[in-house]
Design a protein around this ligand. Structure first.
Ligand SMILES: Cc1ncc(COP(=O)(O)O)c(C=O)c1O
Length: 397
């Protein structure tokens, strides 16, 4: 445990409790869009119809009706052969990540991941003391010849962790060709894969891509899904899809972790799915998120100095910004907090460090006017910082 330190994001979020701070730091969905009334009604219905059962211990695998509904939904969206028997309900997909560590990683084992990758996954896996090896990425996802070389050279690779859709933090989505090449390689080398997919349905433009799980012929992919971004994160309901023999190992470790996920929350979500529609909820959210993305992009185009480049995500919740090499974004954060605007320094998303000239900006949690003001404030701080730390970079006004 000596190697574990407080998550930087959590520490920053404490500072952002100040209502005057415009925070692009968290990955929070827009709270004003949560279907609160529908959840009140679903909650009352569950307790009235199921009575004490809704408050009782239940099975580790999860509420069977909910598992069936999730399998059906995934199959409707293009997955194949997902059955309730392959689904384990988890306390958010974050628990799926922790259980992945328990199932696959002993001290010194190797986990391959994208560079950069999700900070919460790095922290979850770190507790099991693996070695992280970062696979280089480009606009289309993991670079396959690099992955192939690493798989040939590195011993003890136990699992590959990937986020193919609107990745946290880069906002990037893997191309179809990359998905095919990845699965072909994985099938050849027979290494398990964890596909983390919280953002798949938050697509504002372009065609939906098939999940890696839907292309998995050998039962090597463990898929992590969640209601956090398509409904709300506070209920802490996610799921994992795995084939045998992995499935039973996940059930065993979950039993030790928490016996089962909240009985009441699982039944409430299932009732929500019967009475209302997740699709309608997502359709309500997408235009709001799309506009917020557009406002952030337009403002960055207008006020960011030339030295700063940024992604153009087609969905998800994040922009990824790259500053000139000489600029340390942790120092930039200290200054921007003084101007009451926050973000996450990108270096946190690289398990082996480096890349301190990057930053992640969330666009879902703030209203449009605040996004505009926040980006304008940030641009001023960046310009001052660039002028100081790398005057040779053109700081265009
Ligand atoms: C890539 C990724 N995986 C997992 C999670 C955890 O989500 P959940 O709320 O389902 O635990 C997040 C949350 O932001 C995430 O970005």
């Amino acid at each position: 445990m000596q190697d574990l330190r407080a998550s930087e994001i959590r520490e920053i979020l404490k500072l952002t409790q100040d209502p005057e701070v415009i925070s692009f730091a968290g990955g929070l969905p827009a709270q004003e869009l949560f279907p609160v009334q529908q959840m009140i009604e679903a909650g009352i219905k569950v307790l009235e119809t199921e009575k004490g059962k809704a408050l009782q211990y239940s099975t580790t695998e999860g509420y069977y009706k909910l598992r069936t509904a999730i399998a059906e939904r995934m199959n409707n969206q293009g997955a194949t052969n997902v059955t309730a028997e392959k689904i384990l309900i988890t306390s958010g997909s974050q628990q799926g990540l922790d259980l992945t560590g328990k199932v696959f990683l002993d001290e010194g084992d190797v986990i391959l991941c994208e560079s950069p990758t999700y900070l919460g996954a790095i922290n979850a896996f770190k507790a099991y003391r693996p070695r992280f090896r970062e696979v280089p990425t480009d606009e289309e996802g993991m670079i396959i010849p690099e992955l192939e070389r690493m798989l040939a050279e590195i011993e003890n690779v136990k699992v590959i962790y990937v986020i193919p859709d609107f990745q946290n933090p880069s906002g990037r989505t893997w191309s179809m060709a990359r998905r095919r090449a990845f699965m072909e390689l994985v099938n050849r080398v027979q290494v398990p894969v964890v596909e983390d997919a919280p953002y798949t349905e938050l697509r504002f433009e372009g065609e939906a891509m098939p999940s890696l799980k839907s292309m998995d012929t050998d039962g090597l992919v463990i898929y992590l899904g969640t209601f956090s971004k398509i409904l709300f994160p506070g209920v802490r309901i996610g799921w994992l899809v795995a084939d045998q023999p992995f499935y039973e190992k996940f059930v065993l470790v979950k039993q030790g972790a928490d016996l089962h996920t909240s009985t009441l929350s699982q039944r409430q979500i299932w009732t929500f799915m019967q009475e209302y529609s997740i699709e309608e909820n997502v359709a309500r959210m997408l235009p709001v998120y799309r506009s917020r993305r557009d406002v952030m992009l337009e403002t960055m185009e207008r006020v960011f100095p030339e030295g700063a480049s940024y992604s153009r995500p087609h969905g998800g919740l994040f922009f990824w910004v790259i500053l000139p090499k000489e600029c340390n974004s942790r120092e930039l954060l200290r200054r921007s907090i003084e101007r009451k605007v926050a973000f996450v320094p990108g270096g946190s998303f690289f398990p082996n460090g480096g890349n301190e000239n990057t930053m992640r900006l969330n666009f879902s949690a703030m209203p449009e006017e605040k996004i505009k003001v926040g980006i304008e404030r940030l641009a001023i701080v960046i310009k001052e910082f660039l002028a100081e730390c790398c005057p040779q970079a053109r700081s265009g006004v």
